[in-house]
Design a protein. Sequence first.
Length: 59
Amino acid sequence: MGKIKAFLSETVVEMKKVVWPSWPSALSSMKVVLVSTVLFAMLFGLVDWLLLSGLYSIF
């Protein structure tokens, strides 16, 4: 039980050291992640479609 209390108290101390991003900064980062996710999904979808078309033309 003592280890759990020590862990929790150390966690509280470390969390006080964290510098949380501001809302505009977090929003900007979220936009970058969403746009890059959509672009990669489109890219992978295109590659998948090309490979599938190639396989259909072979078989």
